[in-house]
Design a protein around this ligand. Sequence first.
Ligand code: SAH
Ligand code: MG
Length: 195
Amino acid sequence: MNGKISELEEYAKINNIPIIQSDGINFIINEIKKRNIKNILEIGSAIGYSAIRMALAKDDINVVTIERDTIRYNEAINNINNFNLNTRIKVINIDAFDYIDSNKYDLIFIDAAKGQYIKFFEKFKHNLNDNGIIITDNLEFHGMVNNTDKIKNRNTKQLVKKIEKYILFLKDNKDFNTTFYSVGDGISISKKISS
Ligand code: SAH
Ligand code: MG
């Protein structure tokens, strides 16, 4: 792998930036290639790591990625420039809930505040192409999902319960078929049921 990629991974580790796990992003890259995905909307850029990895999957991929934190947004911009991907990755410094976009995407990647997953899904499902997929990360949350009894920290417990609610929401969703994969930190793929 490109040396600069491992530098980003190292930087994220040192600075506690929650980038996607290696297995997780490799799995997503594989789906991108398999499904011939071209347009991606990502919610939660952090320092641009996953956006860069996805853009590097194939050279006809374009990514729009949203980050509300200005420091991380600036880091993402820098990193994307270093990879010469600024023509294919557009980073937007805004809260995803304030973001307005009428474009349709082949892949929507939800990887932002874990307590808000249902809201992200409901907002951004309208930006999905008919054959598109919504991928969500961190559905196992370090093995804590479905293990809330053992969690001592109250906030963490609340957060994990929200992830559990999201999983039920996906399972019960009449408009989408969702498959859950125990890869990385837990990933789902939701596909619109065609009417
Ligand atoms: N996708 C990245 C990791 C993202 S970490 C990667 O794998 O490389 C989650 C990011 O989502 C954080 O940087 C956080 O600031 C951002 N975030 C959380 N809630 C958000 C919101 N409502 N709108 C925009 N960004 C948000
Ligand atoms: Mg994640």
